[in-house]
Ligand binder design. Structure first.
Ligand SMILES: *[C@@H]1O[C@H](CO)[C@@H](O)[C@H](O)[C@H]1NC(C)=O
Ligand SMILES: *[C@@H]1O[C@H](CO)[C@@H](O)[C@H](O)[C@H]1NC(C)=O
Ligand SMILES: *[C@@H]1O[C@H](CO)[C@@H](O)[C@H](O)[C@H]1NC(C)=O
Length: 478
């Protein structure tokens, strides 16, 4: 039977593109000089860059490897960040430029991406008043030393993650692997796994989707970096433990939610950060719950139920477009054909600024996370989800590497995915001393420790200390 299933699985590869964009570009790809072709704008944030106007001017930008510095051909100096492996944002000459690296679908099974050119992206002045579209192409150094733009570069052809699985098989109920659960519980004592009966009611596709299916492993930043250090003064004053759910008896974290089987974790982690930070800033006099569906349906900087990133949602989207409250655009947990105008009297809440913890992509450390968490509120992170994470019930999670292929004699299409969650605190076990982060998930209250999970701290477990993001929302005037 297993052999038969495996055979079907290998033969019948089917359709669909899931996950963020197919691009997998690095910091090194970005380093160098690019030409930015800026089109005539509409002059406000309603500008649609899927059909840009004619090119008005070309400006070149040089991205430098150290400290994420960018200079433009007018001599202005600014900063940039890689956005995971998908795109970049540069802030220079009082303007922001954001674009995804170019990609396109080749056929049902393949996509192509280019790391030396971009899709049409948005540029606007730092106040968000004057908008334009742009596309960028990297200049390549020829052997002779001449600079030219590489045209007709063939790009990187990749297999679509979803192309690897038969959609019929993904519709099969998730097989609860009791033997795997027992193995995890025998192998280590740090955390306890449970064979959640609810998982048996979900399909493999649903389970994969809620954990970030199609995004692959997290590409940890690997840069020549000059890290910001937490000063000894601050270090000495960092508390041993912190929990925004209980700071002198007050809870600043909004309730646990459930994203269902839509790949909208990034929207839930983002809104959860904005919600908690508004509670903290207003001493709990404002307790909004923000709409995740509005981002799924309307977000220009994310891919609906197919993924997105907190940097672009809690940060850039909240700054450029604002977010609305849940009742204005209630969650339905699926992609909708169009974005409906949010109810007319719905106020929008904006972010004043946003950043990677440490200041730029690749500069995150455990201590910087602790510092920003205590000083400003919860921070959003990306984590890698292995199958054992689904089964977490309690304790301090680490990935049980000894059990990487828990086939348990059955078909198992589970693959490593990446997921966004919110870190709300930290501590250490009083008996073993094992350090942990306290993490808010979006899989309902029945999962884990009332919807939370504690994850091992200090060793970049499942990439939790690689890519933390913080955003600073502006509370409404009352
Ligand atoms: C996708 O891959 C499968 C198996 O390799 C093949 O049968 C199918 O024809 C491919 N589809 C396309 C559109 O190339
Ligand atoms: C992206 O590329 C890196 C190497 O540059 C590789 O290690 C990683 O697995 C790739 N990620 C994905 C999602 O393909
Ligand atoms: C915060 O709210 C509490 C009531 O929950 C109140 O006692 C306290 O004075 C408030 N603090 C400030 C700084 O307003």
């Amino acid at each position: 039977m297993d052999k038969f299933l495996v055979a079907i699985f290998l033969v019948c590869l089917c359709t669909g593109v899931l996950g963020d964009t197919p691009a997998n570009c690095t910091h090194e790809d970005l380093i160098g000089t690019w030409n930015f072709y800026v089109s005539e704008g509409g002059h406000d944030r309603t500008l649609d860059c899927s059909s840009p106007g004619k090119v008005m001017y070309v400006i070149s930008m040089t991205f430098s490897g150290m400290n994420s510095i960018v200079t433009n051909s007018d001599g202005a100096v600014g900063t940039f960040n890689l956005i995971y492996n998908q795109g970049f944002e540069a802030v220079v000459g009082y303007r922001k430029y954001f674009a995804f690296f170019e990609w396109k679908t080749v056929d049902a099974n393949h996509s192509t991406y280019w790391c030396d050119r971009t899709m049409y992206g948005q540029s606007h002045d730092v106040l968000g008043n004057d908008w334009a579209c742009f596309t960028a192409v990297k200049q390549q150094k020829h052997l002779s030393g001449m600079l030219f733009e590489r045209q007709n570069w063939k790009g990187n052809v990749v297999r679509n993650p979803a192309g690897s699985y038969d959609e019929e098989l993904l519709k099969q109920p998730y097989v609860i692997k009791k033997k795997f659960v027992n193995q995890i519980n025998k192998e280590q004592k740090s955390w306890v796994a449970q064979a959640y009966p609810e998982l048996g009611k979900m399909s493999y596709g649903d389970v994969l989707k809620r954990s970030g299916y199609g995004n692959g492993p997290i590409t940890r930043p690997n840069l020549p970096r000059k890290l910001k250090f937490v000063s000894n003064y601050v270090k000495a004053r960092l508390p041993e433990a912190w929990d925004w759910r209980n700071v002198n008896g007050k809870d600043y974290v909004s309730p646990i939610r459930n994203q269902g089987s839509c790949g909208s974790c990034y929207a839930f982690a983002s809104m959860a950060m904005l919600e908690a930070r508004i509670r903290i800033m207003t001493n709990n006099t404002q307790t909004p719950v923000f709409s995740t569906q509005e981002v799924v349906s309307c977000g220009k900087y994310s891919q609906g139920c197919d993924g997105g990133f907190p940097y672009l949602i809690a940060g850039k989207y909240a700054q450029d477009f604002g977010v609305v409250e849940e009742h204005c655009y209630p969650y339905v947990g699926k992609d909708t054909p169009s974005c409906k105008p949010a109810v007319a009297n719905c106020k929008r809440t904006y972010a004043a600024k946003y950043e990677y913890v440490g200041g730029y992509y690749g500069a995150c450390t455990e201590e910087l996370m602790m510092q920003d968490l205590v000083a400003n509120g919860p921070v959003a992170v990306g984590i890698e989800v292995y199958e054992d994470f689904q089964l977490y019930e309690s304790g301090i999670y680490h990935h049980v590497t000894e059990l990487r292929s828990p086939l348990d004699g059955a078909f198992n299409p589970f693959e490593l995915t990446n997921h966004a969650v919110l870190v709300v605190g930290f501590g250490a076990d009083s008996k073993t001393g094992e350090k942990y982060w306290i993490v808010k998930n979006s899989w309902g209250e029945a999962w884990g420790e009332k919807g939370y999970v504690r994850i091992r701290r200090g060793t970049d477990e499942i990439a939790i200390e690689s890519l933390a993001v913080q955003s600073f929302p502006i509370p409404q005037l009352q």
